[in-house]
Design a protein around this ligand. Structure first.
Ligand code: BES
Ligand code: MN
Ligand code: ZN
Length: 501
């Protein structure tokens, strides 16, 4: 979809615009938004509302054909809820309803004239981003591997957003940024949804190389030999049972000042998690193809910030491999030595995410990072704790890390991609005691997402660090099974905020 802006002055009114469809908001109790009022020159909208065919309830719609006094072929009325300030929930419902309707219209161009400034506590860039992402979400398809495609039927291809002249320049920037973000989310979704026989560690590396080529990013892909030389014994122990070669991807977007310390994003890239010798139950195991969604979100975020030409130094680090059982697989009870030198007793081979991440978290020390954020579908326990609405956010609890946590939480709220803070405390560390090694890789059932974070914490003490457990938010199960593209919006918003500092 092609997005643009349209501004109005005293000479042109919205009623004079020739387009396939104009979308305007109406409120409950038969109230019209400003744009709806100026479109209502011959009372066509008032008549429609009085007919009782549309309520003004958020997300309700009514399509009018060739209404009197309007040059456009159609007017789509969409409910915004109670009059006046629009709640963000109501605005989201409204644009989702618009998105659904626009993809079925018999016209290819439309003008969106919703009140972008009225959303409570949000600015017009929030409203523009929310609208663009809803429309793009509706157009996203997962039929690449189906012989019969599920085409977008007809539908609007060109959408102009009505903005006042004073806000035109800012709106243009917002649209470009929103489109970049949507593109990044699409990449993350597509990588997540691809089957594990296609989306292998090698495939992720190829995708990263393509990104590097398209946007002139720095790239390095380390293979098994190089990982052995780096003594990544923990990461390598996870790949033992797999015939797919592991990859360690390092991607650099150096848009900031030459000497500015980079933000480092570390993404878990298990392209399939069987559990290894601690084999998972069969039911629903297919969904463990999504165990590389941390990696996918990092690549998606890189596409977004590269397209935006964000003025910030950001480095992506992606350890990626499969977790498979075989005669050569790591056994429960094996003790491995991590790159940090800490020895780890592998009590459960299904707690593999932390085993690949800990070596990546040691590796990134060389970048002298301003901050490191790791993103991982790390624990089922996080889904139990927070469900599918919030990602789990973990940091240490000092002033520096409290500030970082608040920055990430705020970015998530702004981007409609929220996280919830969880504790990391010394008392939980005791659950990771091993009789035979420095640390065990599991802490037992109580507080499973916390002990997983505590495990990672031991490898991050030389820099400022946050961990996002996205096990509950990265994909949906059931009939709507599919990748969500989260937390690309949170991460992108966080980096945009950093670039402005
Ligand atoms: N990738 C899984 C976590 C996961 C499970 C995410 C289900 C989403 C849904 C991870 O590697 C894992 O298996 N974690 C174990 C840890 C346990 C063995 C301590 C888990 O959560 O059961
Ligand atoms: Mn696992
Ligand atoms: Zn896993």
């Amino acid at each position: 979809m092609d997005f643009s802006i349209k501004t109005f002055d005293s000479k042109t009114t919205i009623a004079q615009v020739k387009t396939g469809c104009i979308i305007v908001g109406i409120f409950e109790n038969k109230k019209l938004s400003a744009a709806a009022k100026s479109l209502d020159t011959k009372a066509a909208i008032t008549t429609a509302i009085n007919s009782g065919d549309v309520s003004g309830k958020a997300g309700s719609t009514l399509l009018l054909h060739a209404p009197a006094g309007v040059m456009a072929e159609r007017v789509l009325l969409v409910g915004l809820g109670a009059e006046g300030a629009v709640t963000d929930r109501n605005f989201i419902s409204a644009v989702q309803a618009v998105a659904r309707t626009l993809t079925t219209l018999g016209t290819s161009d439309a003008l969106l004239a919703l009140p972008l400034e009225l959303t409570v506590g949000r600015d017009s860039s929030w409203a523009i981003r929310t609208a663009v992402l809803s429309l793009r979400e509706n157009l996203y398809r997962t039929d690449e591997l189906k012989s019969k495609k599920d085409p977008v039927k007809g539908g609007v291809k060109k959408l102009a957003l009505a903005v006042d002249a004073a806000g035109a320049a800012a709106a243009k920037v917002s649209i470009a940024q929103s489109v970049a973000l949507a593109n990044g989310m699409d990449l993350a979704k597509t990588l997540g949804n691809l089957p594990p026989n296609i989306c292998t560690p090698t495939y992720l590396a190829t995708t990263a190389k393509k990104l590097a080529k398209d946007f002139k990013l720095g790239i390095e892909v380390l293979d098994r030999k190089q990982l052995e030389a780096l003594k990544m014994g923990s990461f390598l122990s996870v790949t033992n049972g797999s015939v797919e070669p592991p990859k360690f991807i390092v991607l650099k977007h150096m848009g900031g000042k030459a000497k500015a310390a980079p933000v480092v994003l570390v993404g878990k890239g298990i392209t399939f998690d069987t559990g290894g010798i601690s084999l998972k139950p069969g039911s629903g195991m297919d969904e463990m193809k999504y165990d590389m969604c941390g990696a996918a979100s990092v690549l998606g975020t890189f596409l977004a910030i590269a397209e935006m030409q964000l003025k910030l130094n950001v480095i992506a680090v992606i350890p990626t491999c499969e977790n498979m059982p075989s005669g050569s697989a790591t056994r429960p009870g094996d003790i491995v030595t991590s790159m940090s030198g800490q020895t780890i007793e592998v009590l459960n081979t299904d707690a593999e995410g932390r085993l690949i991440l800990c070596d990546a978290l040691t590796y990134v020390e060389r970048f002298k990072p301003a901050v490191v954020v790791d993103i991982a579908t790390l624990t089922g326990a996080c889904v139990t704790a927070l469900g599918h609405h919030n990602s789990g956010l973990f940091t240490r609890h000092d002033d520096t890390h409290d500030a970082l946590a608040n920055e990430l939480l705020a970015a998530g709220k702004n981007a409609n991609d929220t996280a919830w803070r969880m504790p990391i405390e010394e008392v939980y560390q005791e659950q990771l005691k091993s009789n035979f090694a420095d640390i065990a890789n599991i802490g037992g059932p109580p507080g499973g997402s916390i002990t997983a974070a505590c495990f990672l914490e031991r490898f991050t003490r030389n820099y400022t660090w946050a961990h996002l457990d996205i096990a509950g938010t990265a994909w949906k199960s059931g009939a709507a099974k599919g990748s969500t593209g989260r937390p690309v919006p949170l991460l992108t918003q966080f980096l945009m905020g950093r670039a402005q500092k």
